[in-house]
Design a protein around this ligand. Structure first.
Ligand code: FAD
Ligand code: SF4
Length: 333
């Protein structure tokens, strides 16, 4: 059995206290919310913080409420179960409700939070292993080693962004509010991520995601499709999020964002551009799906063969758009 290493657990009750504790303890400290990703990672010694600043006692971080502009603000500490069942989320941001409800298992969704899911660690077959396994292959540059075992000549880590909700929130144009030593700021969620398997977040390590801010969803249709081996609890090996802003049956705005194809969610800009100003015909959907397939560059470091995952990008984007268009998901022969 893998055991947790020793650590000190601090339990602030306000965001200000949590920010202060993170500042006091510097790089020795990490934030923990539901702990459903961090604790298993600590058992494998992928992270070795000596101090954990727990967010579960910060009541202000939990809850879903309407914003003054007609959008929705979701506290980062809100559990995935709550997000997936919230009537406003289900009615207006269907893709988000689906993604939150497709994360891991019911037990983990009861503990896991939206903030933790947005910040969840990147994954790789050579990294999500026990300490002994990783030691036997002489580790890799994401933790304790020198080189990348997937691409040994590469100067960077290619671990995969594996959050279900991140691509959906990106497609919906969400922002995140951060609290840190320098105060608060809100940034588009698309700028929270960067293309690096190790430093995959742009925020400072002491900054706390406090809220996820969704813009108004008048006329917006959204969907999320997830590819994984076991429907009961696996991480995505492909996620497709699509959000279309419609005026009648004409697409006014479109965003398609792919998950688990790179170290960050990847926006399929060209595919979305093809849709704007058009009616969703089966032919147009096929062209957009072909365009979305190009930016997907999965590597051989997660479950299922990577050429298959790339091919499935096209299939899943077509299915997602067909669903939003109210067409049968599989084209008739
Ligand atoms: C068996 C198994 C299956 C899983 N399947 C999936 C899956 O299908 N899809 C998926 O997306 N995830 C999956 N996960 C990962 C995890 O359960 C979820 O991502 C969950 O949402 C993480 O939330 P948490 O609150 O538990 O985060 P934690 O484990 O507490 O934290 C995760 C990371 O986020 C940071 N963090 C947490 N909250 C904040 C905050 N407010 N501000 C800044 N940083 C913060 C932590 O420091 C840590 O680095 C799985 C995990 C397991 C063990
Ligand atoms: S992509 Fe390379 S460096 Fe990154 S976790 Fe995998 S093997 Fe390690």
């Amino acid at each position: 059995m893998m055991r947790l290493p020793p650590f000190q657990y601090l339990a602030p009750v306000s965001v200000a206290d949590a920010v202060k504790l993170m500042g006091d303890h510097g790089p020795e400290a990490m934030l923990v919310a539901g702990g459903t990703d961090l604790y298993p990672n600590m058992k494998r010694r992928q992270f070795e913080p000596t101090v954990l600043v727990g967010l579960r006692g910060v009541k202000d971080l939990a809850g879903v409420r309407r914003s003054s502009d007609g959008g929705l603000t979701i506290g980062a500490g809100t559990t995935l179960t709550t997000v997936s069942r919230d009537p406003s989320v289900r009615a207006r941001y269907a893709g988000l409700a689906t993604a939150a409800g497709a994360v891991s298992t019911p037990q983990l969704r009861n503990m896991g939070t939206l903030g933790g899911n947005v910040c969840v660690d990147t994954r790789c077959n050579y990294y999500n292993q026990s300490y002994q396994w990783r030691k036997a292959v002489n580790f890799c540059m994401k933790k304790d080693g020198e080189i990348c075992l997937v691409a040994p000549g590469s100067p960077r880590c290619w671990a995969v962004s594996s959050s279900d909700t991140a691509p959906v929130l990106w497609s919906l144009g969400a922002s995140v509010r951060l609290a840190g030593p320098a105060g608060q700021r809100a940034i588009p969620i698309s700028t929270l991520y960067q293309d690096d398997g190790i430093q995959y977040l742009t925020k400072q390590s002491g900054e706390i995601v406090t809220e996820i801010i969704l813009p108004p969803a008048e006329g917006v249709r959204s969907v999320y499709l997830k590819l994984r081996r076991r429907g009961s609890f696996d991480f995505p090996v492909l996620g497709v999020a699509a959000a279309l802003s419609m005026e009648g049956d004409v697409v006014r705005q479109a965003r398609i964002v792919l998950g688990a194809v790179a170290s960050l969610p990847r926006e399929a800009v060209e595919a979305a551009r093809l849709l704007v100003g058009e009616r969703l015909s089966p032919e147009l959907i096929d062209r957009a799906a072909a365009a979305a397939y190009r930016p997907a560059k999965p590597l051989d470091n997660t479950d299922l063969p990577h050429p298959y995952r790339k091919k499935m990008t096209r299939v899943f984007v077509a299915r997602a758009l067909r669903r939003l268009a109210g067409l049968p998901e599989v084209a008739e022969a």
